[in-house]
Design a protein around this ligand. Structure first.
Ligand code: URA
Length: 244
């Protein structure tokens, strides 16, 4: 990540000449990440938020990546045994400082995983109170039926204190091995697999295809990550309301 001297950054941002900026620093008017900074030579990066007399000079910028998670890697930041989703980003040359996966996919689950350093957005997406849809493609050992659609929509007892929230099951192809889309609004441990098990069916293959309004890029190969576009980030933000 590129770093710059604080006095140069402030002067380039139009806060005055280098010596005027030094004066602002001396007066403790400049806060870096909420603390006064008096050293003109202090190095700053896009990870730092800077204010001067309460006015925002530089907003911290966050990083957002979409990963097409392959089977066999774990949704963790580090692990002594298994390859992690952050290892995949590093192998692509992406710096992973401060990054973490938003929620978890099981080791054998594939598909859309958001990786970011934006804790507030992650909290929004994962909070069960926010009811953010997560849609999965699944291949099921057994015939998916209208009874399953009804049971999923009523909420299932999967052995937790509470029943699952209503979920939408769409049968794409029925048969001894069925293909379905399932949309849930929670992220309980092994949730999709346990929901099908409650209906006495086993998940053979599971892939997440969307989270909120963000869909997995069909051109993104398994194991590859790419930065989200600004438009994709805004799709995930709660406060952005589309113009009518
Ligand atoms: N539900 C599961 O059972 N596994 C996942 O990885 C995600 C949802």
């Amino acid at each position: 990540m590129k770093s710059t001297r604080l006095d140069k950054y402030l002067a380039d941002a139009g806060l005055g000449t280098r010596s005027e900026v030094k004066n602002l620093l001396k007066k403790r008017f400049v806060l870096v990440n909420g603390s006064p900074c008096v050293r003109p030579e202090q190095k700053i990066t896009s990870d730092d938020e800077i204010t001067c007399q309460g006015r925002l000079v530089r907003k911290k910028t966050f990083s957002y990546y979409m990963l097409n998670k392959p089977a066999g890697v774990i949704s963790a930041t580090e692990d002594s045994r298994d390859r992690t989703v952050l290892d995949l980003l590093q192998e692509q040359g992406i710096p992973t400082n401060g990054l973490f996966p938003v929620g978890r996919l099981d080791k054998d689950t594939e598909g859309l995983l958001l990786i970011t350093d934006d804790g507030a957005l992650a909290h929004h997406l994962l909070s069960p109170r926010r009811h953010v849809n997560k849609t999965y493609f699944a291949r099921i050992d057994g015939e998916a039926t209208v009874c399953d659609i009804e049971a999923f929509s009523a909420g299932l007892d999967i052995g937790d204190r509470k029943k699952t929230l209503p979920a939408r099951l769409e049968i794409l192809s029925p048969g001894p091995v069925s293909e379905v889309h399932l949309t849930v609004q929670e992220g309980r441990f092994h949730q999709v697999k346990r929901m099908f098990l409650a209906q006495r069916k086993k998940v053979l293959y599971l892939k997440r295809i969307s989270m909120g309004k963000l869909s997995l890029d069909p051109d993104l190969l398994p194991g590859r990550a790419r930065p989200l576009t600004e438009e994709e980030v805004s799709l995930l933000r709660p406060e952005i309301v589309s113009p009518v």
